[in-house]
Ligand binder design. Sequence first.
Ligand code: GLN
Length: 460
Amino acid sequence: MTTISECIRQTSSARARVEAAFEKAAAHEHYHALLSLTKERALERADAVDRGDITGRLAGVPFVVKDNFLAFGAPTTAASKMLENFTAPLQATAVERLEAEGAICIGKANLDAFAHGGSTENSAFGPTLNAVDTTKVAGGSSGGSAVVTALDIVSFALGTDTGGSIRQPASFNGVVGVKPTYGTVSRYGVVAMASSTDTIGCFAHTTADAALIMDIMAGQDERDMTTLPNFFAPTTNVTAGQKIGLIRESMSDDVDSEVRARMNEYVAKLRAAGHTIDEVDLPMLTHSLAMYYIIVPAEVSSNLARYDGIRYGYRAEGVQTLAELYGKTRDQGFVTENKRRIMIGSFVLSSGYFDAYYLQAQKARTLLINAYNELFKNYDVLLSPVSPTPAFGLGENTADPIKMYLADIMTVPPSLAGLPAISVPAGVTAAGLPVGVQLIGPRKSDAALLALAGSLEDQA
Ligand code: GLN
C-alpha cells in the first residue's frame, strides 16, 4: 500500500507517478474497476505540476472518482446506458477542490448503475471483481473505487454513500472508507440518488489520509444549500477513556461468526487502549431497512424522473408517440434495480399509499434519530460490523433483492440519521477475506472517529 505522503516521496515527477498509476491500472484491467481513463488530461496536469504551475497539498497525487461524479477528461456514465455518452459540462465541487490542491484524476470507477446496489453487479457495463478474491463481489455501490484503492492503483478514491456504498465495499476490500456527517461535502456535480441521505466520501489506506482528503473536500458551497461550514479538523489526538457502545442487535447469531470474532478482537483492543465498552440496544436497527427501502426509492423515483430521453442522455429509437418515447427510453436505459426502485418509489408516494408507507417511514426515521440521540447522551462512539458477512460470491445474491439489501443492514441506520460513520479494516477471515468494523458518532464527530480508529491502526 502507498499512502499519500509515500506517493509524493517515492517518485521524482508527477508525470512518473501518473504513468505508474496508468500502468498499474492496465495490469489490473481484468478486475473491471475502471470504466474510463482520463489519460490526456491527467498527463497535461502532471506536466503542469512538474513545471511548478500547479501546487498544493496533493500536487501530482493521482486519484480515481466514482463514475457518478461529473469530471473532465472522460464521460460521466453513472454505470448506466442512460448516460453512456454523456460528457460533463462542469466538474463536481469535490473534484474541483481536490484539483485546486494539485491532485490528478486518472479515471472513473465502476459502480452499480445510479449507485443502486451493494455489489457493483448492477453496473450496466459488468461487475467489478473483489481485490482480494476475484470470485467474490467488490461490494457496492462504489465497488470500483474501493478496488482501485485496495489494489494500490491510487492512494485514494472518491465515492458516494447513500446507505453504505462507501463503507461496505471498503470493508469487503480491506481499506478505510468514510461516510461523513450529512452535509459535509458539496454534492454539486454528482448524480443524485436519494437527496436526504446522499453523501460524498472517500477510500484511503490510512485514516490520516482519509482525514486529509475529507478536510480538503469539506465546506460550504453556494451551489449545494445542504452544505455545512467546514468543521473537519484532522487530528491525531484521541480523547482518553472514551465510552463506546457495541450495538447488541448487530452481533446477533445471524451475523457471520468470523465477522463477530474480528469485532470482538477489535473491542478487546479498544479496551486495552483504556476505553470502556458496553453492549447497548438499538432495537430500531431491525426496522431500518424497511424505512430505507421506502424513503430511498421515493427520492430515487423523483431524482430519476429527469431521464426522459429528451433533454440529454439516451433516447430510444423507432418510436411513434411521446408516451412511447418516454416508456422505451426508460425501459432500455435503466437496469432492473433502477426500475424496481422507480416503481416502489412511485407507489409509496401515490395519493392512496403516501400515508401508509412514506409518512409512516418518515415517522419511524424520527424514532431512529431519537434513539441515536439517547445513546449519544451516554456514549461517544457506537460500534458494529460494517456488514453481516464478508464479501459474498459473484452472482450469489443477484436473484434475491431482499438478500442483497440485507448486506446494508448495519450501514443504512447512520445514513437515515445523517451521522458520520467510518469503515476500518479489522483483520481477515480464515479464507483471507477482509472484515470491517464501523465506528459511528454524533454529527460532526467525523475527525474524532478517524483519530480513534487511527490510534489502533498499526495493530489492526
Ligand atoms: N446498497 C445500498 C442501496 O442499494 C446503498 C447504496 C448507496 O449507498 N448508494 O441502496
